[in-house]
Each structure stands twice: as structure tokens, then as C-alpha cells.
Design a protein around this ligand. Structure first.
Ligand SMILES: [Fe+2]
Length: 217
């Protein structure tokens, strides 16, 4: 899996940093939970990696990470949070942040290859599928997919800890080997480009990984 070369493209359609924080705060009031801190650490991981990656912007990466799970503002849902987030941010006019809400869960770009249950209508699932097929993944899409796997609610973690964390909460489907392999591939692509382990960019990752209790999440 090769990172795209189009991450140097011009301005992206995303909220300001202040707007993004406000959106997350409003969402937390609607549906408080560990997902909020997970979003903040995803944002911090994305920024920490992006500032070392030529052509990526740290603040843009932070904003996209902060809002990737904003669909959880709609309540406690499973996979429909990706569609809720996409719809919510599209209505606000933030099309690039909306796209990340959708793509962050689909490392394989296949609506059926997910760690979760599709709690939406057949028509909505069809919409997700068509949207996914129409999207050309950028380096930002790959960055947030990666960082979603490097953040739990207490901080940064080894990717494998997040795999197990998600598996405990959502179960495992037939695509898990291919999905996990895809995450390793994205991680390797970023590390090849950065010439450094991504974990060296994540403060506290060792302490949090070995101190994190999955059953308490
Ligand atoms: Fe997430």
C-alpha cells in the first residue's frame, strides 16, 4: 500500500482549530464517553507524525483527527457513526473533514470489511459503499486510519493494543487479517518515509501501552 502523492494539494475544506474544538465539546455534551479522549489523542498522534512528513500540515492533521469520530455525537451507535459524522460535517460545508469521518474505518475501502456492526438501513449502507468507491484516498486518509489505531482514551498505544481493544468491544469479522495487514502496511509506509519509528514521535506510548487495562475501557 503506497501513500498517495497528492497530499501537497491546496487548501482543504475543514473547520478552524477553534471550530473543531467547539464541535467536539458540543458532541461530548450530547454523548459523553471515552471516544472523546480517544479523538484528542488521535489528533495529537496525527499532528506529531504530520509535522515530520513533507507536504503534510500538523494543524490540518490535528483537526482531521479530532473530528474523525464526530458522528458519535448522535449517540451510542456502531458503524453508523461514520455516516452520521460524514452527513453532519457535509451539512456544515466541511467536505474534507467529512470524508475522513467516512474513510477512517475502511482501511480496505470496502464497506463490508469493518470491525463492527452496520446499524443502519440497507439504503444507507449502499450510500456508504458508493461514497467509498468514489473516493481517492489521500495521505491524510491513511494518516488518520493509522492514528485511530495508535490512540486509546488514556493516551498513545502500541497498534496491537488497539487491535485487541477494538476486537473485545466489536468482535472480529472475516476480514480482520487483511485489515490488520493493511494497517501494518500503512505504518510501514509512513516509517519508510519518515526514516523513524512512529512510536518515537508519541510521548508516553510505552507507559500507556503497558499500563492500559483493556477491560476497564
Ligand atoms: Fe476513532
Amino acid at each position: 500500500m503506497e501513500l498517495s502523492k497528492d497530499h501537497k494539494e491546496a487548501t482543504m475544506n475543514i473547520p478552524t482549530l477553534q471550530q473543531a474544538h467547539t464541535l467536539l465539546q458540543e458532541a461530548e455534551l450530547l454523548n459523553p464517553g471515552p471516544w472523546v479522549q480517544h479523538s484528542i489523542f488521535t489528533a495529537k498522534a496525527a499532528e506529531a507524525i504530520a509535522i515530520h512528513f513533507p507536504g503534510l500540515d500538523g494543524q490540518t492533521a490535528y483537526i482531521l483527527g479530532l473530528l474523525h469520530d464526530i458522528g458519535r455525537r448522535a449517540g451510542i451507535t456502531d458503524m453508523r457513526h461514520v455516516l452520521d459524522g460524514y452527513t453532519f460535517l457535509m451539512k456544515l460545508g466541511f467536505s474534507d473533514a467529512a470524508r475522513i469521518c467516512l474513510t477512517h474505518s475502511f482501511v480496505l475501502q470496502d464497506a463490508q470489511a469493518v470491525a463492527g456492526i452496520w446499524d443502519c438501513s440497507a439504503e444507507e449502507l449502499q450510500t456508504v459503499d458508493e461514497l467509498l468507491q468514489s473516493i481517492h484516498y489521500t495521505t491524510y486518509d491513511r494518516l488518520i486510519q493509522l492514528c485511530d489505531c495508535l490512540a486509546v482514551s488514556t493516551g498513545f498505544c502500541l497498534m496491537e493494543v488497539r487491535f485487541i481493544d477494538v476486537a473485545f468491544r466489536h468482535g472480529i469479522d472475516n476480514s480482520y487479517k487483511e485489515r490488520w495487514q493493511a494497517y501494518y502496511s500503512i505504518k510501514n509506509d509512513f516509517e519508510d518515509a519518515l526514516k523513524i519509528s512512529i512510536y518515537q514521535l508519541l510521548p508516553g506510548v510505552v507507559e500507556n501501552t503497558f499500563g492500559f487495562n483493556i477491560n476497564r475501557q
